[in-house]
Design a protein around this ligand. Structure first.
Ligand SMILES: [Cu+2]
Length: 115
């Protein structure tokens, strides 16, 4: 009985690191980093493409603007000084969607969700 317990604990110890590495790619977010200075996207407007069902995470750093807005999915966030704005969602709807900064208005990302 004691031996069985030790064996069970050893199996659990083995299973933990295996489970940690075996995360399916579908549940890992697609991370899109955007840096905006005075309404201009550093490196230009981004045009990522993801498969429907994926988790998308926008990480936006901006020194200006009162709102970050993902059209279509209609998600809005207010940027705070010194902290990146994070918008995370499941790309359930296929199509092309624009992520915009408002006041000043600027197109940041054109996201394509493939069916
Ligand atoms: Cu908008």
């Amino acid at each position: 009985m004691h031996r069985a317990l030790i064996l069970a604990m050893a199996l659990v110890a083995l299973a933990i690191p295996l489970a940690a590495t075996a995360v399916p790619t579908a549940i890992q977010p697609v991370v899109i980093q955007i840096t905006v200075v005075n309404g201009k996207v550093i490196g230009g407007i981004k045009r990522p493409s993801v498969k429907k069902g994926r988790i998308v995470r926008f990480v936006i750093r901006t020194n200006a603007g009162t709102e970050v807005h993902l059209h279509g999915y209609d998600i809005e966030k207010t940027p705070k000084k010194g902290t990146p704005t994070v918008i995370q969602f499941v790309a359930k709807v296929s199509g092309r969607f624009e992520l915009e900064l408002h006041h000043p208005d600027a197109l940041l990302v054109q996201l394509t969700v493939r069916p």
